[in-house]
Write a protein that binds this ligand. Structure first.
Ligand code: XMP
Length: 513
């Protein structure tokens, strides 16, 4: 196991993902943990992440210095390296003309265990103001750039390493090899973290926890809850009941598909609640995005409460919470969690257990999204479900700007269906993170077959992303955009104009509401 102590870098989660990609288990932990607490976890290595602070600030986050004496290999990245230098008697130079953001050419010592088997020159991603001016005694530089003599360092006799650049980001050439050198050459970790092992462990844990009790799972049709369903079903079979609440804002035919696929492929007990009438009623006259989200979230909870009571007693509620949610809410001491503002009120099943006295089971709580997909495949979940684009809890309701009506939902379902069909046909569905059609409350004039038209505008948004935290708009070929636009205008009666959204995130968000 590799322990990553987090100092709030935007790349901390990425470090964790890279280590997991080496099939080595790691956890992102608070930098406040003591050496004794870390020792108990028996880590094969420790990484000190980057972070926005400067080591000489009064409230600069630090580590228990005893960690540096544990004899466990340590790699400090950016702030992590500066902190190690600072704690061991070196000198850090505050933000000066040597600050670097972007790529730099690195010349490295390929005799050092961190750079072994790598080219002597490589491009590395830098993002720092401060830098290490004087190294502590016993340390030597093992890489430099034209402006930075200490771009990477190592201790002469102990397994302590530091890099001023970010090997975890894809802009650093051979970054993954540098990480592998640390994990395998230096820490000598075993690559034994695999999804089949995870399944084995989780199944055993779930069985012990649940005993003869019953478990309820809110199923949305997305990859997370479907994977939880498949895993729980394998562990406890008929003791699992899934509930799918159809709010009336799903994609075209999707509600039907979810019910058949779950029943056919996974053979899981599924209760289908059609609650659309009540959701439409509650949303009458509502146009404000946050109000919509809140109404849908609250109505979802009451429906869930009402319907689960009808089904009888459940001691446990299973949820598809992922590792990024876990770290953001608690573990990492959350520099990000503390400072984050609410951009959108997310509607998920979260919040139910406190109200309803359920005990929670979260079998994906240690996994990143890409690991969930691997797990799902290992469990035999159909690829259509595994690689389905994310779909928000409030569904098409937040893709219809302004008031929602059943007619508008039908209109948007048709446009969305054409978009997805064309993306699948052309192979772009799997190349993009998410694709959506948005119905705008804007009518424009057009002409079709010599007749004047006055109808709605549809915006198309297709984005590429790794984790939805940032995204860039996908450069679809013009011919494909043309086909999508022509088909929507021809086949969807209420739409006569199509526009393509070319805003990245940030500054835009992926959903329009
Ligand atoms: P934004 O629009 O914030 O979306 O850039 C980031 C990702 O989150 C999805 N999303 C949601 N997912 N419940 C969810 O489960 C929600 O209420 C919700 N709102 C947005 C969005 O589709 C994108 O993948």
């Amino acid at each position: 196991m590799i322990a990553i102590l987090d100092f709030g870098s935007q790349y901390s989660q990425l470090i964790a993902r890279r280590i997991r990609e080496c099939n080595v288990y790691c956890e992102l932990l608070s930098h406040d943990l003591t050496a004794a607490q870390i020792s108990e976890m028996n880590p094969e290595g420790i990484i000190l992440s980057g972070g926005p602070s400067s080591v000489y600030q009064d409230d600069a986050p630090s580590v228990d210095p005893a960690i540096l004496e544990m004899g466990v290999p340590i790699l400090g990245i950016c702030y992590g390296m500066q902190l190690m230098v600072h704690l061991m008697g070196g000198k850090v130079e505050l933000e000066n003309e040597k600050r670097e953001y972007g790529t730099s050419t690195l010349t490295c010592d390929t005799d050092s265990p961190l750079f072994v088997h790598l080219p002597e020159e490589l491009t590395a991603w830098m993002s720092h103001g401060d830098s290490c001016a004087t190294l502590p005694k016993e340390f030597l530089p093992i890489a430099e750039t034209t402006s930075l003599p200490h771009a990477a360092i190592m201790h002469k006799t102990r397994p302590l390493y530091g890099v001023q650049f970010h090997p975890e980001v894809s802009h650093t050439d051979f970054g993954m090899d540098i990480i592998k050198n640390f994990v395998f050459n230096i820490c000598e970790a075993d690559p034994k973290w695999t999804m089949s092992k995870y399944i084995e462990n989780e199944i055993e844990e779930i069985r012990t926890l649940v005993g003869n009790d019953n478990v309820l799972l809110g199923l949305s049709g997305g990859v997370d809850s479907t994977t939880v369903a498949a895993l729980m079903h394998r562990a406890i079979g008929p003791q699992l009941t899934c509930m799918f609440i159809d709010q009336g804002f799903m994609r075209k035919d999707e509600a039907k598909q979810i019910v058949t696929e779950i029943a056919k492929y996974l053979k899981i007990k599924l209760v289908h609640i059609d609650a659309s009438a009540i959701f439409y009623e509650r949303l009458k006259g509502i146009s404000d995005p946050e109000e919509k989200r809140k109404i849908i979230g609250n109505e979802f909870i009451s429906t869930f409460e009402r319907e689960s009571k009808k089904l009888g007693g459940f001691k446990f509620l299973a949820q598809g919470t992922l590792y990024p949610d876990v770290i953001e809410s608690a573990v990492a001491g959350g520099t990000q969690a503390k400072t984050a503002v609410t951009i959108k009120t997310h509607h998920n099943v979260g919040g139910l257990p406190e109200k309803m006295n359920f005990k929670l089971i979260e079998p994906l709580r240690f996994l990143f999204k890409d690991e969930v997909r691997k797990l799902a495949q290992e469990l035999g979940v159909h690829n259509d479900l595994v690689f389905r684009h994310p779909f928000p809890g409030p569904g098409l309701a937040i893709r219809i700007l302004g008031e929602i009506t059943e007619d508008k939902v039908k209109t948007l379902q048709l446009a969305d269906h054409i978009l997805i069909e064309e993306l699948r046909r052309s192979g772009w569905y799997d190349k993009s993170w998410q694709a959506l059609a948005v119905l705008l409350p804007v009518k424009t004039v057009g002409v079709m077959g010599d007749m004047r038209t006055y109808a709605f505008t549809c915006a198309i948004r297709v984005v590429s992303s790794d984790d939805a935290m940032t995204a860039i708009w996908t450069r679809l070929p013009y011919e494909l955009l043309d086909r999508i636009s022509t088909r929507i205008v021809n086949e969807v009666h209420d739409i006569n104009r199509v526009v393509y959204d070319i805003t990245s995130k940030p500054p835009g968000t992926i959903e329009w509401e």
